[in-house]
Design a protein. Structure first.
Length: 295
């Protein structure tokens, strides 16, 4: 089930984290080999432990989508010293067992949209494909919606429909927007756009680094080099040092940090939403809210 769903997510270019239980010390509800997928909205598909463990897996999974690093996560009911190569999380709500879960982010290949069919466009598609980028040659007018998720838009149509494509890419906040043109003609095209300089200054024209490129292949190489040098990357920070991936709250019963997403357990009390790592804490709070709110 997880394999089929993972293939579906990759086809749709949706990032996710694959989590697999590699150690389970009884008593635990999960067994070695159990798998789950953590989606960007905090949803967990599959099973790698009860609700208490799931809360920790959700928080760490969302952080991994930022760091881009794999992680061996150890969740234990009693405090333990740090272990090299593992992130040890103390979860006092566990039923008594310990879990170790290997978590690996799966991020979609960066997407490049190329407008035009000139030799430079064809050469650029080949270079990008060779280094693992997903490439789409756009036929017809480019829209801002079509730019969603793109890491780069390169206009190489040599005078055909350049302005609408550039405007669409800028409106969609594509990280890299390039125009293949001479410096003089590029300045004229950019100057003709009915947009403020704050937007048009983001257009790279002529696209590519100045490496003395002459042939279509060399120009394509210069463009790809510039794109890679400027492309935003995952932070690469250790998960324990990463900024919280989403707003979080403190479980009023056990003190665990809980990601505030719809799939996390929560209860509205006295006009305030309280968040819980597991059903045990939620039931304890519901039975006597005042005891925990005072504490």
């Amino acid at each position: 089930m997880e394999a089929a769903r993972a293939s579906e997510l990759r086809a749709a270019r949706v990032p996710y984290v694959h989590a697999r239980v590699v150690l389970a010390e009884a008593p635990t509800s999960a067994k070695p080999g159990a798998e789950a997928l953590v989606l960007p909205d905090g949803t967990i598909e599959g099973f790698v432990g009860g609700s208490c463990a799931e809360s920790t897996v959700r928080a760490q999974g969302l952080a991994l989508l930022d760091s881009g690093e794999s992680l061996l996560l150890r969740i234990t009911p009693v405090p333990e010293p740090d272990v090299p190569g593992k992130l040890v999380v103390h979860n006092p709500c566990l039923s008594g067992g310990t879990l170790e879960i290997f978590m690996e982010p799966v991020l979609p290949a960066p997407l490049m949209l190329i407008i035009g069919s000139a030799p430079v466009a064809s050469a650029l598609a080949g270079v990008a494909g060779q280094i693992g980028w997903a490439v789409s040659n756009v036929a017809g007018e480019l829209t801002a919606d079509a730019c969603a998720g793109a890491s780069a838009v390169v206009v190489a149509s040599h005078g055909r429909d350049e302005e609408p494509a550039l405007i669409a890419a800028l409106h969609a906040d594509v990280p890299y927007v390039g125009l293949v043109a001479s410096r003089k003609r590029g300045e004229a095209v950019v100057g003709s756009l009915d947009m403020c300089s704050g937007h048009t200054s983001r257009i790279h024209s002529p696209a590519g680094l100045d490496i003395g490129a002459r042939t279509p292949g060399e120009i394509a190489l210069s463009i790809m080099t510039e794109i890679v040098s400027l492309r935003p990357r995952p932070s690469g920070r250790p998960v324990s040092e990463s900024a919280p991936p989403a707003e979080s709250a403190t479980d009023p019963v056990c003190g665990m940090s809980v990601v505030m997403v719809d799939s996390s357990l929560h209860l509205d009390h006295a006009g305030t939403r309280q968040w819980f790592c597991g059903s045990g804490c939620l039931r304890a709070f519901a039975a006597n809210p005042d005891a925990y709110l005072v504490a």
